[in-house]
Ligand binder design. Sequence first.
Ligand code: LLP
Length: 463
Amino acid sequence: MSRSAHPAGPRHADVLPEGHYTAPPSDLNLLDPKVWARTVERNDRGVVTVGGIGVDELREQFGTPAYFLDEADFRARCRAWADAFGADADVFYAGKAFLSRAIVRWLKEEGLNLDVCSGGELTTALSVGMPAERIAFHGNNKSQEEIQRAVEVGVGRIVLDSFQEIVRVAHIAESLGKRQRVQIRVTVGVEAHTHEFIATAHEDQKFGIALAGGQAAEAVRRTLKLDGLELIGIHSHIGSQIFDMAGFEVSARRVVQLLAEVRDEHGVELPEIDLGGGLGIAYTSEDDPREPHHIAKALTEIVTRECEAAGLRTPRISVEPGRAIVGPTAFTLYEVGTVKPLAGLRTYVSVDGGMSDNIRTALYDAEYSVALVSRTSDAEPMLTRVVGKHCESGDIVVRDAFLPADIAPGDLIAVPATGAYCRSMASNYNHALRPPVVAVREGEAKVIVRRETEEDLLRLDVG
Ligand code: LLP
């Protein structure tokens, strides 16, 4: 995640330490629509609302910390992606970003498909009737049981990730008397401009089969020979939180090249390509993500152009956005517990959650925004670090952020754009209870994932 240091505003320059922050906005009470869910606004009492409900009321009903998800925004983003790609392409929501039964129901209703990467995600999807043919199964080390189940229920595709897996899936499908539709995940050798841990198309990492050295061509050769497998296409996922389309362009070009080689060698035109997910969202006002219709247009044009040049029929395209659909739709609501000014440095604001509900700052040095949401304030901007309640100093939620200088215990603050990879990567570190996810829509709030309880913790602890 790129961080750039910016000079702070002149009235602070002499007192602010080194850091990665921009000058404070002229009005800290304003909420940048780029980073907040669509229905978020302030009411005339200065309280922030989502779906028409104030955070004060939400706190009363659901407590803190909690994730509040704007259902209308989620559905609108699903539709925007589906409309942008149209009837000749498929959008698979990447469930790893955040999955629950309610989410699966909404996806079904909005006509999206689903990418799962574990037996648990598959079970969640099937439990509310997601048609198996609309599910893609991913993973670099799927277990025998996971493959068996996926083939039995008839998932629409399994994305093969290794030579061993080609054989494993083929055996299982044959033993069940089935022919499983598969794609082969290739690594195209692109260095995506994102954090190392979430870049996936360079060669020195665990995913996929390299195009380089003819590995992917060999995987196609082996797959085509096996009766249990129907090879429907090639898959490439280059990484996550990417803004620059150049990586997708190279990826599409290299995948189409492989399709041309397959046609030349085997006389087969594979009908599909999947370009993965990875489209970035705005975590701060500095980020400028692209709209789905720009992305769809760019990807479709690249693939069409490359296929024309290679004399291939344009394959059906699919994409797998996770973060770009769910990320911006939720914020985490926290209550401020302590405020600790450190002279010449910054003020530490401790909240009632932390790295157990948002590990991304600690793990990827991710940047977030934060706002005081239970009231407005005319106090001066003050440089703060929003930290959690866990027993380590890396427990940072927002590394550098301006909050009003009168911030005090009992205030509610919210961190926007926490819909993706926050609840799904939440932990019980320090026996924290994972927060609930509450969906809010048109004046109604309903829990879609309940808060964990101490009984939940004790239930797993045997002996
Ligand atoms: N398709 C495949 C094969 C993937 O591996 C992923 C994400 C996606 C689609 C969805 O990517 P998205 O559109 O959400 O960027 N925990 C990290 C992100 C890991 C992404 C893993 N794979 C984070 O918090 O940034």
